[in-house]
Design a protein around this ligand. Structure first.
Ligand code: GDP
Ligand code: IMO
Ligand code: MG
Length: 423
């Protein structure tokens, strides 16, 4: 069997958690392949709301196995808090959440380093989530990391060596910190981790595929935050693109099946960095208010703007997206007019491709479309879609060259409409 991948096409928070949850009944296994507790994936069903950071979003549907792959970075303290909160609500995790031994551990000092590097950057700071993501991936690549598998053997020494190295750097940056509480929670997290099934995810996934099982890979962040293809340096530190599923789980590229690309009907970004279609006016505020655009992890206000089709086309290209999913269309339900950026103006010239840099040097070129001005949140089928909404979908499909297969009209699991277009 092949593996399907679901990932964000914008700057994150597209609604990945919700859709992974909706699609989970169709798969045997759900697996996360990159990122860490910088992610905040929200799911709503039966009047309950859950925010997942490190645990895959397939955990609520039946007793499916969920895997945290080798490409993920894991903070044991945050993981323990997240897992215990879920267990407390009656969701049993122990036997069905498998964790790769090759996933790297976020140490308390990684979080300190994240804060220290951000402080040292001053105005040029990235606006990270402060979870130690960058420093942990840096240690991984520089061959200094501590992995989940290390907790089983000679751990104290490995931890002490890494901590010592980090403390030297923190000292050189004159960064003051107190590790006492963090370290205590973290060590408890390490003990807690030992009670989970620690695996080699590459073997597990490939054995599943050989046995004709189906796997859905859940991306974190979004393509515009990818370390290679995002708006560097205002990006995260992992490959959020489809290829990240190969390296983050041990899946060969020819095993990838469908690639679900997910986007909002508009666009948001949290943290610093360029955002060509950002709105600084009442329209932006209206999107923010109606869309409840506040970070699910940090609570930070998300910057809002119109949909950027230049960036989306680029994301679709680098991921090989085969099916599109549009989220949060209901947020635009009351807008008489909707804008979509179809090109950029750069140095007086109009371009329709995503350039090397989008720093202040690009100006969006918009097409205006009539809004549908109708409450769509209770709609159950595409037969109910208003004419203007169908026109918006058709316009997007023409611009993007890929069919929109699912439309989300509200945060709840039930507010999801599949479009039955011919295959
Ligand atoms: P993720 O990181 O991609 O999983 O997305 P987040 O959970 O960070 O942010 C998406 C937010 O939008 C969450 O608060 C969801 O509950 C909410 N959401 C998801 N889909 C919809 C939708 O179709 N309409 C509305 N209004 N909210 C949605
Ligand atoms: P989900 O999976 C939105 C952003 C941060 C910052 C940059 C780098 O919920 O979509 P990091 O802590 O990763 O070093 O921060 O990336 N960022 C996200 N923005 N959604 C996310 O995850 C994000 N994870 C990181 O705001 O700009
Ligand atoms: Mg999120």
């Amino acid at each position: 069997m092949k593996v399907d991948v679901l990932l964000g096409l914008q700057w994150g928070d597209e609604g990945k958690g919700k859709v992974v949850d909706v699609l989970t009944p169709r798969y045997d296994v759900v697996a996360r392949f990159q990122g860490g507790p910088n992610a905040g994936h929200t799911l709503e069903f039966e009047g309950q709301k859950y925010v997942l950071r490190s645990i895959p979003s397939g955990i609520f549907q039946g007793d499916k196995v969920n895997i945290i792959g080798n490409g993920v970075v894991l903070d044991p303290a945050l993981f323990k808090a997240e897992a215990e909160a879920l267990e407390a609500t009656g969701h049993k995790l122990k036997d069905r959440l498998h964790i790769s031994k090759k996933a790297h551990l976020i140490l308390p000092t990684h979080r300190m380093l994240d804060a220290a590097y951000e402080a040292a950057k001053g105005d040029a700071k990235v606006g990270t989530t402060g979870k130690g993501i960058g420093p942990t991936y840096t240690d991984k690549v520089s061959r200094n990391g501590v992995r989940v598998g290390d907790i089983l053997e000679n751990f104290e020494q490995k931890y002490a060596e890494a901590k010592k190295r980090h403390e030297q750097i923190l000292k050189s940056l004159n960064y003051e910190y107190d590790l006492t509480e963090l370290e205590k929670d973290w060590m408890q997290g390490i003990e807690y981790l030992k009670s989970f099934t620690l695996v080699d995810s590459e073997h597990e996934i490939n054995n599943l595929l050989r046995d004709n099982k189906t796997v859905l890979c859940e991306g974190a962040q979004g393509t515009m935050l990818d370390i290679d293809f995002g708006s560097y340096p205002f990006v995260t530190s992992s490959n959020t693109v489809c290829a990240g599923a190969c390296t983050g789980l041990g899946i060969a590229p020819n095993k990838i099946g469908e690639v679900y690309g997910i986007f909002k009907a508009y666009c948001t970004r949290v943290g610093a960095g360029p955002f060509p279609t950002e709105l600084f006016d009442e329209t932006g505020d209206k999107i923010c208010t109606l869309g409840h655009e506040f970070g699910s992890v940090t609570g930070r206000k998300r910057r809002c703007g119109w949909i950027d089709l230049v960036a989306l086309r680029y994301s679709i290209m680098v991921n090989g997206v085969t099916k599109l999913i549009m989220m949060k269309s209901d947020v635009l339900d009351t807008f008489p007019l909707i804008k979509a950026c179809v090109a950029y103006k750069m140095n007086g010239e109009e371009i329709d491709y995503f350039p090397y840099s989008i720093d202040n040097n690009v100006e969006p070129v918009y097409v205006e479309l009539p809004g549908w001005e109708m409450d769509m949140t209770n709609m159950q089928s595409e037969d109910e879609f208003p004419e203007e909404f169908n026109a918006y979908l058709t316009f997007l499909e023409e611009q993007l060259g890929v069919e929109i297969k699912i439309v989300s009209v509200g945060p709840d699991r039930a507010q999801t409409i599949e479009r039955y277009t011919e295959e």
